[in-house]
Write a protein that binds this ligand. Structure first.
Ligand code: SF4
Length: 450
């Protein structure tokens, strides 16, 4: 008789952030937790999870400073600034749990049959390198697989420098099982395919220590192609989940985990509203759940009409972030096809009528795009303030593969194989010429003005 395979031990790691600044803006390793869920369904595994960005880790001596809605500051430790970023006059830190806590975590885990890691921003890869080094110290040759945005957008760099054995690019759901069958070679993973986003299981949020606030992804991809954005590079099609499944997920998490805050991670949450966000929010309102929603990724302003604004209010869509990027016609024409003149004023008017205060509405603006001068940015800030809303800067990062990145490479402003550290959003005023450090300081002063 065939004896059952012993359960495999899989270690999931969400590494540290290395940056000049970082804040927990409902940041969770959603892709990794989706993969965890698939593994749990398709194989006999014990999952172990080390979340270096866990502000609620039980071994932390200092409790987290958190807002009631789930946002908060990470612990941080200043580290040596890499040579390539020396021109940036800011402190450079490792954000997340202390290394000593990470080591203690490793010591209490059985030798893993697989280590799965993710990494979000391309320029956070030193966090992966450190995690790989420490895993190797304790577990030797355990196979390490790296996926996520860094691996997808900077594949060659990740293959050469991350230290991982295998790299997964793009959505992992249909790649992880064949890869594991290859690595383990023992048929212990059942075959499965996920033809659409609708077919995916819910992320394994039970692995998180704190579930008061959770991310919610109701769609993947974006049909627009803004010149600076990586969205279309990460998902090659725009897919929306069934509204009933999204509602069921909210219900499950609210009941099972007591989750009260949900942060939409969608890039294009409001598109095709009649068949998507409207039925989702209407059902939330109908069931009178005591939950709130947040929109950290920014909303497409064009879709906000009076009915949508009222529905937001009734469903307690609490923190509103609108994606305007710029009020400069030239910048909009060149970089952001989703934005049209006049949409913002109209949307803010509808939201105010629905009961939102203008000063509580945040509007994202890009700063530092090539060919975008400081006067244009200041003008955009002034326009948002004249509408009574709050400008929020999104600093330009030359993300590999985007149209702007390709233009910078073609013009010789950026090397194709440049170290991803140079893509840090705080590096631009000190390394890219069009927006000077003085412009950057002036902009900071302007934003600090009441
Ligand atoms: S910036 Fe927004 S609208 Fe434009 S491509 Fe990215 S996700 Fe889509």
């Amino acid at each position: 008789m065939r004896r059952p395979e012993p359960r495999k031990n899989v270690l999931l790691i969400n590494p540290w952030i290395y940056d000049f600044t970082a804040y927990d803006f409902w940041l969770k390793p959603l892709g990794l937790l989706y993969v965890a869920s698939i593994l749990r369904e398709q194989a006999e595994v014990n999952l172990h999870f080390i979340n270096c960005l866990d502000r609620f880790h039980p071994m932390l001596e200092i409790g987290p400073k958190s807002k009631a809605d789930g946002r908060g500051h990470f612990l941080k430790e200043e580290v040596t600034k890499p040579e390539i970023l020396k021109a940036v006059p800011r402190k450079y830190s490792r954000y997340g749990i202390p290394v000593s806590v990470f080591k203690k975590e490793l010591e209490r885990i059985p030798v893993p049959d697989l280590v799965l890691m993710t990494c979000t921003m391309t320029y956070w890869y030193p966090g992966v390198q450190l995690a790989v080094e420490l895993v190797r110290e304790i577990f030797g040759a355990a196979p390490i697989v790296l996926g996520g945005i860094y691996a997808t957008l900077a594949e060659d760099h990740a293959r050469q420098f991350s230290g991982a054995d295998k790299i997964i690019t793009g959505p992992a759901e249909n790649k992880i099982i064949p890869l594991l069958r290859e690595i383990w070679g023992d048929g212990s993973v059942r075959e499965a395919e996920f033809p659409s986003f609708n077919d995916m299981p819910c992320p394994a949020f039970d692995l998180l220590n704190n579930k008061d606030s959770l991310p919610l992804l109701t769609s993947r991809g974006c049909p627009f192609t803004c010149a600076f954005c990586a969205g279309p590079l990460l998902y090659d099609r725009f897919e929306q989940r069934n509204p009933e499944d999204v509602v069921a997920e909210i219900a499950d998490h609210a009941e099972r985990f007591g989750t009260r805050h949900f942060a939409f991670y969608d890039d294009a949450l409001l598109l095709k509203p009649e068949s998507h966000i409207i039925p989702i929010l209407e059902e939330v309102v109908r069931r009178k759940w005591p939950v709130s929603f947040h929109t950290p990724n920014g909303l497409h302003i064009r879709e906000i009409d009076q009915d949508m604004a009222h529905l937001f209010r009734k469903a307690d869509v609490r923190s509103l972030y609108l994606s305007q990027e710029s009020t400069d016609r030239n910048v909009i024409r060149e970089a952001c096809p989703k934005v049209a003149q006049g949409d913002l004023g109209r949307a803010i008017g509808y939201l105010e009528k629905a009961g939102y205060r203008r000063e509580d509405i945040s509007v994202y603006l890009m700063a530092g795009l090539p060919n975008q001068d400081a006067a244009s940015i200041r003008e955009s800030v002034g326009d948002i303030r004249r509408l009574g809303a709050k400008p929020r800067m999104a600093y330009f990062s030359p993300i590999p593969g985007t149209r702007i990145w390709r233009e910078l490479v073609d013009r010789g402003r950026l090397k194709k194989d440049a170290d991803p550290l140079i893509q840090n959003k705080m590096a631009f005023p000190y390394i890219w010429a069009d927006f000077s450090p003085e412009d950057f300081r002036d902009l900071q002063d302007l934003l600090n003005e009441q």
